[in-house]
Design a protein around this ligand. Structure first.
Ligand SMILES: C[S@@+](CC[C@H](N)C(=O)[O-])C[C@H]1O[C@@H](n2cnc3c(N)ncnc32)[C@H](O)[C@@H]1O
Length: 218
């Protein structure tokens, strides 16, 4: 990273950072934004942040938490929004599970997980972000009516995600016909990673789930 970019991150990141998360489950949108926004959305693993910046621009009344441990990704997003009138993004530079644990139940109304790392080797599957413990955290932080969006270009991870989600009672898949998962919705701009998949000839799936308020079981 160039020294000027490093300096920008060092200057801006502390001002936008989500306070050090605790497992207390008490953090609310009002702790992050003044005035508190009407809704709080989170993007997990935003990469270089194009999708997050687009959503934040399109939805100025929503507060966003963007989570990305990759410092060059944080730097790209900060570069993108620096000097612009974007006041509805807060950032976290570590594992998204830590923020999810710290949020008050029901505080999130939308979560994006776009092209998460597929960890293709079987011995690495336990590192996949879409797994029961993380989905429990999302479900609890989200509450009834929240929407979870997941995209992937990886066929095996796609099947894994569908299996993980199908066995849950607390999320309903919103697809009614194949186009609903084969075609990217208009309010879901292409991410950098998806653009690479397109260049490499891979197609993607676009999954939308609604948290339905039912118990997620024991
Ligand atoms: C394959 S990239 C996709 C980036 C972006 N969403 C896109 O579509 O272009 C996956 C991203 O997830 C981030 N990531 C991995 N584990 C994470 C975690 N536990 N919490 C938050 N982000 C994570 C990685 O740093 C990486 O930038």
């Amino acid at each position: 990273m160039s020294p000027s970019r490093r300096a920008l991150v060092d200057d801006v990141l502390p001002k936008l950072m989500v306070p050090t998360p605790s497992a207390s489950g008490t953090l609310t949108a009002a702790d992050l934004f003044d005035p508190a926004p009407g809704a709080l959305w989170m993007e997990i693993g935003f990469g270089k942040g194009e999708h997050l910046a687009w959503q934040a621009g399109q939805n100025p009344d929503v507060g966003f938490i963007g989570v990305e441990p990759f410092v060059n990704g944080l730097a790209s997003l900060i570069d993108e929004i620096d000097g612009k009138d974007v006041n509805n993004i807060r950032l976290f530079d570590d594992d998204a599970a830590l923020v999810l644990q710290s949020l008050a139940p029901g505080s999130l109304s939308r979560v994006f997980i776009l092209f998460p790392d597929p960890w293709p080797k079987a011995r690495h599957h336990k590192r996949r972000f879409i797994r029961p413990d993380n989905l429990d955290l999302i479900s609890d932080a989200m509450g009834e009516g929240g929407e979870l969006r997941i995209g992937t270009d990886h066929a095996d991870y796609g099947n894994w995600i569908l299996r993980q989600m199908n066995r849950r009672s607390d999320f309903d898949w919103l697809a009614e016909c194949p186009a609903d998962w084969r075609e990217r919705p208009d309010d879901w701009p292409q991410t950098r990673y998806e653009a690479k998949a397109v260049r490499d000839g891979r197609s993607s799936i676009y999954l939308r789930y609604r948290q339905n308020g039912l118990s997620r079981g024991p």
